[in-house]
Design a protein around this ligand. Structure first.
Ligand SMILES: Nc1ncnc2c1ncn2[C@@H]1O[C@H](COP(=O)(O)OP(=O)(O)OP(=O)(O)O)[C@@H](O)[C@H]1O
Ligand SMILES: [Mg+2]
Length: 520
């Protein structure tokens, strides 16, 4: 795939993914906020209703008490009664409904002795609301009318309450708060109001009077101006007495989040799935790219390794044409063997190419076996010998190492040494003079391949292991190459956990040093 397009695709996908995550986050935090403000509104309403209910209950309590007293009281000071009667007839059945809605206002003077107040008597207006529904049914057989009456009493009506409270509030305001309402009552009322609105949050509350706590409170209430809700209770403007009911809701977060949790988890889950899928798709893609890169490199390298065998075979064939060689069985045999060996080596390279084309991991994972490094060196020399001879040079080995057992892939390590030797020949202007040394240092066997060729500059030294790097050849135009040999050397030695370094003096020659781990 085009590198730019690939980058663009990844950028777009990453952007989209981040966008999705952002939108999800935005959506969740938005709904959290709106749920939160909804919770606050509901809770405020709960408190208003609670305060109202507490006040209504008190009013009703005293209303009942007064009513009982009134029943025994002497005649009212003043009585007004107004009644509204209306009739609805039913044409078909001849039934008639008569509704009466009457307001009876009686003004009483009451002794307030049953209250702990310093007021002698209270002028109290009794208002009774009585609804009467009369249903008159025509009796079919007797022709007479049957009458059904239903009377209904409801809770204190707003106007009754207003009237009553007006008369009563100045008295009740003087009663200590803990006798007006108990913590239990408040608890029940708030609970009822909360349940009505589907909220389950736990709460603690306290009644304060002008910033001072009263006895009416729950044990663990803590006033926190940030989170505590507040509502006024028993407000009496005339006497300037008032209370505040403070309530803390402890599970506000849970309550608010509770309704969002399902969606949040789902959206987190799906986002994670997308993320994981995206990540694994990308890493798979990268891995594939890497593998195909490795394959490409390797196939290039292996093809590169055909060059020396072909050159050697060519030389051997040329030699065989020589009448002197033809005459000698020994020489003929030697060259034929060389051709067969090189052929065998090419066959191995082909195997390598085929093996690498099956590669499905991003490691080469070359199979390794125990070998004597000296054997491999001898073998490598045999592959290049003819070329060196052809150029009139020599390869001398000084194999001084005593311990030489290494764990290597024979064919690849042979290629590595052949590559270095090949360079030593190629980059010697005169006859190639090559010396090979081995020695043991600590747990390593160190192999040095020294030539007396053209050498390299310090700057070039840093780059020669890079793929396709070639030192600009200057005046030597006949040296051909692709800059692949040493990158292959590096790759293979890395795979063997071995080190390679170069020392070089321009014009004097170069030494390639390879450090391999010894095995016992
Ligand atoms: N022994 C050496 N003496 C001097 N220069 C060397 C020697 N070995 C390598 N070089 C320099 O390092 C460069 C990289 O070598 P490498 O083997 O990777 O590529 P190449 O020989 O140019 O081409 P290829 O090996 O692919 O045919 C060479 O072009 C050469 O300039
Ligand atoms: Mg080379």
């Amino acid at each position: 795939m085009d590198k730019k397009l690939f980058g663009l695709l990844i950028a777009l996908m990453t952007l989209a993914l981040l966008g999705i995550i952002f939108v999800q986050w935005y959506w969740i935090s938005n709904s959290y906020q709106s749920k939160e403000s909804q919770f606050v509104t509901t809770v405020r309403q709960v408190l208003l209703d609670t305060a109202d209910e507490i006040e209504l209950r008190e009013a009703e309590k005293y209303f009942e008490m007064y009513n009982d007293l009134l029943r025994e009281a002497e005649n009212p000071e003043n009585v007004t009664f107004s009644e509204l009667i209306y009739r609805i007839g039913n044409g078909k059945s001849n039934d008639a409904h008569i509704f009466s809605d009457g307001i009876l206002e009686e003004d009483f003077k009451l002794s307030s002795s049953f209250l702990d107040t310093d007021v002698d008597s209270i002028l109290f207006k009794r208002i009774t609301n009585k609804k009467v529904k009369t249903k008159i049914l025509k009796d079919i057989d007797a022709g007479s009318n049957r009458v059904e009456k239903t009377e209904s009493f409801s809770r204190l009506k707003p106007y009754e309450r207003a009237q009553f409270e007006d008369a009563f509030s100045n008295i009740s305001a003087k009663i200590p708060i803990h006798r007006r309402v108990t913590a239990n009552d408040i608890s029940t009322i708030i609970n009822d109001e909360l349940t009505l609105r589907g909220i389950e949050s736990k709460f603690q509350f306290a009644i304060y009077s002008n910033d001072l706590g009263t006895k009416v409170r729950t044990q663990r209430f803590d006033l926190d101006p940030e989170t505590t809700f507040r509502v006024s209770l028993f407000d009496n403007k005339d006497l300037n007495i008032g209370y505040q009911l403070y309530v803390n809701f402890y599970e506000q977060e849970r309550e608010v989040f509770g309704s969002l949790i399902g969606m949040t988890i789902l959206s987190l889950l799906f986002t994670t799935v997308i993320f994981v899928a995206f990540y694994s798709a990308l890493s798979q893609l990268f891995k594939q790219r890497q593998i195909s890169q490795i394959k490409n490199d390797f196939i290039n390298n292996m093809t590169h390794e055909f060059k020396t065998p072909i050159a050697t075979i060519n030389l051997a064939l040329d030699a065989l044409k020589n009448p002197k060689v033809k005459a000698s069985d020994e020489f003929t045999g030697k060259y034929l063997k060389m051709i067969r060996d090189e052929n065998h080596r090419m066959h191995e390279q082909v195997e390598n190419v085929l093996r690498i084309s099956k590669l499905d991991k991003n490691e080469l994972d070359l199979p390794k076996e125990r070998y004597d490094l000296h054997d491999i060196i001898e073998d490598s020399i045999s592959h290049i010998e003819l070329i060196v001879d052809d150029r009139g040079g020599y390869i001398n080995s000084h194999l001084g190492a005593l311990k030489t057992n290494v764990l290597v892939n024979e064919s690849h390590i042979t290629n590595v040494i052949v590559n270095i030797l090949d360079n030593a020949v190629k980059y010697s202007e005169d006859e190639p003079k090559i010396d090979i040394y081995t020695e043991n240092i600590k747990n390593y066997v160190v192999l040095k391949i020294r030539d007396q060729g053209m050498g390299m500059s310090k700057a070039a030294l840093k780059k020669i292991f890079e793929k396709f790097y070639r030192v600009p050849t200057g005046d030597i135009h006949n040296v051909k190459g692709h800059g692949l040999g040493l990158s292959y050397v590096k790759r293979i030695l890395d795979d063997h956990d071995a080190q390679v370094s170069v020392e070089s003096d321009q014009g004097k020659g170069s030494t390639f040093i390879i450090k391999l781990h010894l095995i016992s």
